[in-house]
Structures are given as structure tokens and as C-alpha cells.
Design a binder for this molecule. Structure first.
Ligand code: NAI
Length: 386
């Protein structure tokens, strides 16, 4: 492979183009907005200059990249590509319109891929004459920094196309994991309780944001607490992802969004980017000190962790991904300090099941149903990592 087309030059498209270039490919970046193309090009050149300053790029290599990189608003310029990765607006109809055009331009063996985070790969592929060459290649933001890439074959994707894609992404020095074409794929599905159960804990008055964030960081070793992270991701984006996963899961209670976050979304309290989210980012704005009650902190941490472990076990049970890919996805895609299935072995599946059953008995809500696989492991005294 050596000629790659990236469609869309926004946050993700430009990042993916950088990864492709640094892997030695001739890279075409297409966008239908001339202004965005201009900005993206300047931003890429500035990135190269920063890399040169840091000693991570030579001037010769920068010049070579500049020759291999083409920004264009003419779609037919991508005709010679071996792989097309689409990263435009998250809209199934707009994406399908584009894929139908692309299919008429590129050669028959060209792989056509989408970087979608929430749409079904199978539904996107369905507009093509040949859906067997279509696949999901899901990068994480920022693409040049985050090692994880989820590879998602749709129902019709050819096994050879899947293998070629995995090989290619490995050659780009990224870590590919394979996910079943289900809502949220691996990371955006399994991570839901990190946000949802933290908000629930807050809504019930068990603790404030500062205490919940502190519990996950100091006891759990997470780099950021759930509320800090939601404010960083943006409550607009995080709420939409939650809502999308929940809707696509046919309203399974385990993924139900929270009214607390919906109100923040409605108020425009998106987080850091708007200056107000769960926290206020105005200068010198003091936050409440977290609780010093260690027992409370332990309880909060374990409740959220066990909900995450339960979700990971259920994903394994439903063959969304392999054990190793599930653990790699959470450590390399969202920087969890440990793989959740590894963590399950350390906490003990019996303890996890007991906690899930206690929650279920207390609330009588489907949200707290224990994964059948976790229960099986506990009953049989088995470990995920034998
Ligand atoms: P963005 O809004 O930063 O960029 C989208 C770009 O697509 C814009 O430059 C726009 O001009 C262009 N565009 C829109 N419609 C077009 C069309 N019909 N033809 C050509 N160009 C068109 O969006 P972002 O954040 O880069 O997201 C792109 C895709 O990547 C989405 O599918 C999103 O779900 C996915 N994604 C986003 C992540 C993130 O953290 N932002 C992470 C992983 C995936």
C-alpha cells in the first residue's frame, strides 16, 4: 500500500493524514470546504515545524512529506488510491452519498473505510455495489498520539480485506484490535459506566464531582476522573455518544443516558471548551475539596470499577472482541491503568458478582444485571487470565 486518501480534513482527518504520511504513504486529503482545506494544510505544516523543533523530524523528511501530501477539493484526484479512509460529518446519508461516488472512481481492489465512531459499518457498506471491500477503521483522538485503532468488519466484509487492514494498521505502528459491528464498538461501549455510574452516584447524593473524581484517580489510578474527563471530551459529544449507544441498543437500561448530563448539554455547559461543565473553568474558581472519608472513596471506586468489569465481561461473552483486544482497547484507547478483565481477576469474580447482585437487589433495575460470563467464572472459580 502506498497511496492513501483521507476524506474530510477536520480534527480526525488531518490527524489520520499525518499518521499515513509518517508511515511513508503518498497521502491525498479531500474536503468539500476550501477554507477548511487551507486551515488544515497550515496546521499540518505547523505540526511538522513543532516536530522539527523537538528534534523528532528532520528538515529533509519534512520536505519529503510536503511532496507526498496533497490537499484537494477535487474528488477524482483520489482515483489511484489503495485505501480511502472517510472522516467527514457523522451522518449516514451524507457518508453514503460520498461512498457511492468514491466507488465509481477508485480501482476495484481499493479498500473503502470509515472512521465513524457511532454508525453501523454494515449500514454504511450497504450503499456500495461491492460491500465486501468496506470496513471500519476507528482512530482515537488525537490520531497521531493514540496508539489504538479499532478495526470493524461489517457483515459483508471479506476476511482478506480484514486481514489486509489489520496488517496495514500494524505497519503504521498502531495497535489494531478487531471489534464486532455493534454500537460503540469496544471502547465507546465498555466505557459507558465510567461516566454513567459516576453521574448516578452523584445524582443519588452519595458524593460530589470532586470526591468521585478523586476516588477514581487516587484509589483507581485513572489519569482523570469521570467528570473531568466528560468536561474535556465535551458534554455535547459525550451525551450524544451515550444517547446513540443507548438508542442503538434498543434502549437497554444499562446504557441509559442521564438527565444531569442532558441538562448540561441543553445549557451549553459543554465543559472546558465553553468554560463551564461539571466544573467552572473561570480563572481562580475554587472547587470543593474532595471527601477525606476513605471508606466512602473505596465504595465509590469499587462500584464504578465493578460496573466497568461487568460491561467488559459481557462484551467478551457476546464476542464483541477477544479478551486481549478488550484489555488493549481500554488501556491504549482511553488510558485505563489496567485492562478490565485483568482487573476482574485481581478483584476476584466472586466479589464482582456479589457487588452486582447487591446493586441489583437494592435497585431492582436491569441496569445492574450481572453478566452471565462473570457469574460463570465465579461459580467455576476460573480466571480470565488462566
Ligand atoms: P470535524 O467536524 O472536525 O471534520 C469534518 C470535516 O469533514 C470538515 O472539514 C468538513 O468540511 C468535512 N466534510 C463534511 N461533509 C463533507 C462532505 N460531504 N464531503 C467532504 N468533506 C466533508 O469532524 P471530526 O471530529 O474530525 O469527525 C470526523 C469523523 O470521525 C466522524 O465520523 C466522527 O464520528 C469520527 N470520529 C471523531 C472523533 C473525535 O474525537 N472527534 C474520534 C473518532 C472518530
Amino acid at each position: 500500500m502506498n497511496t492513501i486518501a483521507v476524506i474530510g480534513c477536520g480534527t480526525m482527518g488531518n490527524g489520520i493524514a499525518q499518521v499515513s504520511l509518517q508511515a511513508g504513504n503518498t497521502t491525498y486529503v479531500y474536503d468539500n470546504n476550501e477554507q477548511s482545506l487551507g486551515k488544515a494544510k497550515l496546521s499540518m505544516l505547523a505540526t511538522f515545524d513543532r516536530l522539527i523543533e523537538k528534534g523528532k523530524l528532520t528538515i529533509d523528511l519534512k520536505n519529503q512529506f510536503a511532496k507526498q501530501l496533497h490537499y484537494t477539493s477535487v474528488l477524482s484526484d483520489i482515483a489511484a488510491c489503495d485505501l480511502v479512509i472517510e472522516a467527514i460529518v457523522e451522518d449516514v446519508n451524507i457518508k453514503q452519498q460520498l461512498f457511492m461516488q468514491i466507488e465509481t472512481l477508485v480501482k476495484p481492489e481499493c479498500i473503502i473505510a470509515s472512521n465513524t465512531s457511532s454508525l453501523s459499518i454494515t449500514s454504511l457498506a450497504s450503499c456500495l455495489q461491492n460491500p465486501s471491500r468496506f470496513i471500519g477503521i476507528h482512530f482515537f483522538n488525537p490520531a497521531p498520539v493514540m496508539p489504538l485503532v479499532e478495526i470493524i468488519p461489517g457483515i459483508a466484509t471479506d476476511k482478506i480485506i480484514l486481514q489486509q487492514t489489520i496488517d496495514l494498521i500494524s505497519n503504521w505502528k498502531k495497535l489494531p484490535v478487531t471489534a464486532k459491528d455493534t454500537p460503540g464498538f469496544i471502547v465507546n461501549r465498555i466505557a459507558r459506566p465510567f461516566y454513567g455510574e459516576a453521574i448516578r452516584t452523584y445524582e443519588e447524593g452519595i458524593a460530589g464531582f470532586e470526591t468521585i473524581d478523586a476516588a477514581m484517580k487516587t484509589i483507581g489510578g485513572f489519569k482523570m476522573g469521570p467528570f473531568e474527563l466528560m468536561d474535556m471530551i465535551g458534554n455535547d459529544i459525550n451525551f450524544k455518544v451515550t444517547e446513540s449507544v443507548w438508542t442503538q441498543m434498543f434502549f437497554d437500561a444499562r446504557y441509559r443516558p442521564s438527565l444531569t448530563q442532558k441538562r448540561l448539554f441543553e445549557a451549553g455547559y459543554f465543559g472546558k471548551k465553553t468554560g463551564q461543565g461539571y466544573y467552572n473553568y473561570a480563572a481562580n474558581q475554587a472547587t470543593d475539596a474532595p471527601s477525606t472519608d476513605n471508606e466512602l472513596m473505596q465504595k465509590i471506586f469499587l462500584r464504578i470499577l465493578v460496573m466497568l468489569i461487568n460491561e467488559a465481561a459481557e462484551a467478551l461473552y457476546l464476542k464483541i472482541a477477544s479478551r486481549d483486544d478488550i484489555d488493549t482497547a481500554m488501556t491504549k484507547g482511553v488510558n485505563y491503568p489496567k485492562g478490565l478483565l485483568k482487573w476482574a481477576d485481581e478483584v476476584g469474580s466472586q466479589k464482582c458478582v456479589q457487588m452486582m447482585d447487591d446493586l441489583f437487589n437494592a435497585y431492582h433495575e436491569e441496569r445492574y444485571r450481572c453478566s452471565i460470563l462473570l457469574r460463570k467464572m465465579a461459580l467455576e472459580g476460573k480466571l480470565f487470565y488462566q
